[in-house]
Design a protein around this ligand. Structure first.
Ligand code: ADP
Ligand code: RBF
Ligand code: MG
Length: 195
């Protein structure tokens, strides 16, 4: 496995402040660079809908699990600042049988994307799963179980892409351990008790 100088050692099990678990939050539009430029789409979530403990995290890359929930709503369109139209379909086309609605591994970026020079912080989730369709407007609930590395600047887009691929491998490896994978159950639907 590739270990980088910037990698933080991953402990045997989540250590405080982890696990952090969120409520369902909205999936909103960003600049559309994740899929178009990097080939790595990220579902962007509004920071104000997240627990304060997420806002207190240092800028960097984290891992955990995520679950998408479709929203019943008519399909809509928004126009990005660059003029491109984005279809907001509230995950109506996601399929249960292809695992789209399962509890899935995720790598998260909490940061200002120095490679792109943003002057504001974003929280973005790359869910490690091959979705057939986008799901803007849907909800996502997730947990954060560990820290992988600080956010870095890069001289090339290829170097950023390569590092994100290593982040994905690192996350999947950590989540193989039972001490992390048990936290999948944090995202299970609450069953209504019959008594
Ligand atoms: P934006 O800047 O609008 O977030 P991206 O290029 O990052 O644009 O694409 C994000 C969108 O791609 C998500 O909102 C979601 O609808 C879709 N998507 C498809 N596959 C994934 C995935 N594996 N993880 C996260 N989002 C995905
Ligand atoms: N952007 C950076 O500028 N530096 C980073 O170190 C960085 N690491 C990332 C790690 C992961 C796992 C993900 C999903 C994204 C990362 N990004 C990073 C953010 C990336 O620039 C952003 O997702 C795209 O610009 C699309 O919004
Ligand atoms: Mg994104």
């Amino acid at each position: 496995m590739t270990r980088r100088k910037s990698d933080h050692p991953i402990p045997e099990k989540p250590e405080p402040p982890f696990p952090i678990v969120t409520d369902f939050c909205d999936i909103v539009c960003g600049f559309g660079r994740g899929s178009a430029e990097l080939g790595i789409p990220t579902a962007n979530v509004p920071i104000e809908q997240l627990p304060k403990s997420v806002n207190d995290l240092k800028l960097g890359v984290y891992f955990g699990y995520a679950k998408i929930k479709p929203v019943e709503h008519e399909v809509g369109t928004v126009t990005r600042s660059d003029g491109r139209d984005v279809r907001i379909d509230y995950a109506r086309d996601l399929k249960k049988d292809s695992g789209d609605l399962s509890i899935l591994p995720v790598v998260l970026s909490v940061g200002k994307n120095p490679f792109y020079g943003n002057d504001f912080k974003t929280v973005e989730l790359h869910i490690i799963h091959n979705f057939k369709d986008d799901f803007y407007g849907a909800k996502v609930k997730f947990n954060i179980l560990g820290y992988i590395r600080p956010e870095l600047d890069y001289t090339t887009k290829e170097a950023l892409i390569e590092d994100i691929h290593i982040d994905i491998t690192t996350a999947l490896k950590a989540l193989e351990s039972r001490d992390f994978s048990v936290y999948q159950s944090q995202l299970k639907d609450q069953e209504l008790s019959s008594r």
